[in-house]
Design a binder for this molecule. Sequence first.
Ligand code: UTP
Length: 229
Amino acid sequence: MNKRKVVVSIGGSVLVPGDDDATYIKGLASMIREASNEAQLVIVCGGGKISRYYSEAGRELGGTVSQLDMLGIGVTRVNAALLALALGDLSSMDVPLTAEDAASRSASDNVVVMGGTAPGHTTDAVAAMVAKHLNADLVVNATSVDAVYSDDPRKVPGAKRFSRLTIKELGEIVYKEHGAGSSGVFDPLGVKIAEENRIDIVIVDGRDLSELRNAILGKEVEGTFVNSH
Ligand code: UTP
């Protein structure tokens, strides 16, 4: 059977918020195991608040931007190893260090789990890079917001919620966010790679496992579908 190829970018704040994380990860691993019957999956894990903690400590120690990025990458890889552990024989704790290696190790009978690769971008961009090398159908961004909004809904009460966007429209939103220096809904470099390679993106609340499952399997979601075609 020809499985759809899907790369999932899961935020550290979703994977390890620091509140009974093993229970969520156990449920996530079981959903991934089931979804992997229908989809060939690569999961890219973010760093979350632990990476921010290291980054702040490193900054106080006089670290350069690139050195702080390297601390962040280390944490994303530890998070990836934790999810790989939960996936048992389906995955490997020996996480790939590059997008190319992740794509070449990916197969229809495994789930490749990884973290970051090199300084200068985030794990969303890594997910888009892997999708490009793998010729994947879709990138799913499992994040801590439930959809893309025109403005931060916590600050702007009338913010518009989008159920569908074109990749150009997402680009305009993330460049605007990036300029303001806030943590955006998707890394602008990842949007650029997805646009150039015609990879669709679905943005969903990663704590809602049925929503995440629907996104992976290409079903209707409550979140935002971004069309790159
Ligand atoms: P994340 O991908 O978790 O970044 O990587 P983020 O922006 O904090 O998370 P989200 O997308 O808002 O959830 C954590 C940090 O690790 C470094 C960066 O410093 C990033 O901020 N990193 C990560 C890299 O330098 N390269 C990578 O490939 C991945």
